[in-house]
Design a protein around this ligand. Structure first.
Ligand SMILES: [Zn+2]
Length: 235
């Protein structure tokens, strides 16, 4: 049945199909009618998520229905902290995208280099959990850690998390999914290209213009339909 839970389950399947998420990683959507809540699956691998797995959470990262005893994602605070700090964000993807990881552990900046990746933004900060919290298991396990990450994200669309992964914040679900997919592709292209010679990135202005094109409803719809077809969710 089409609706927010259905779309969010589809987003899970798409990100799994494209290799952005594996057993881990998650995608959320701010509640369309209640801005202080968001939708996120219970703790399941994205490849397996169905509309029935979608739960409602408050901005403290706790289930809106306290009687719901399903297992929740340990890192749900990534989502609640971003929604709390960014009123413009309607969807969040957190992944351990393999192509992105090298940029989280070196000084090499991840920068937009291809026209399909304008949505990732001109500046991509790297957050190191150790700076404020010392040695941890690297996971964002509470609101304090989530808020520190969100502070470092600032007004950007993407933040890398040292030795862990990345978080993508966007104005709607399609945009978040597309940005996460093309963030991964941009990282792979950048890694491949740096073996060939000096890199030429998109300028800040090109990044802005390509993002505007990628945000056109017809463009987003075409991409979404393509990825939905490939995901072949079957629900
Ligand atoms: Zn993670």
């Amino acid at each position: 049945m089409p609706g927010p839970a259905y779309d969010l389950a589809l987003a899970n399947r798409i990100l799994a199909r494209e290799g952005v998420v594996d057993a881990y990683g998650h995608v959320s959507l701010r509640h369309p009618g209640q801005e202080s809540r968001f939708l996120l699956s219970c703790s399941r691998s994205p490849e397996l998520v169905t509309p029935q797995d979608i739960m409602e959470f408050d901005l403290a990262g706790e289930p809106a229905d306290r009687a719901d005893e399903r297992q929740t994602y340990l890192e749900r605070f990534i989502h609640s902290a971003v929604y709390e700090s960014r009123g413009d964000v309607m969807a969040v993807v957190h992944s351990h995208s393999p192509a992105v990881l090298p940029f989280s552990i070196t000084d090499a900046p991840l920068r937009p280099a291809i026209h399909t990746a304008g949505l990732i933004g001109a500046r991509i900060p790297v957050w190191d959990i150790r700076t404020k919290f010392g040695d941890t298991d690297m996971l964002v396990r509470n609101m304090e850690q989530g808020r520190d990450m969100a502070r470092n994200l600032g007004a950007c669309s993407v933040i890398l998390m040292r030795g862990h992964g990345c978080t993508v914040a966007a104005a709607d679900l399609k945009e978040a999914v597309i940005a996460a997919i093309y963030l991964q592709l941009n990282a792979a292209v950048q890694l491949a290209a740096c073996q060939l010679g000096k890199l030429r990135y998109l300028s800040d202005s090109e990044t802005k213009l390509t993002a505007e094109t990628n945000r056109l409803p017809a463009v987003k719809a075409r991409m979404w339909d393509y990825y939905v077809k490939r995901a072949d969710a079957g629900f």
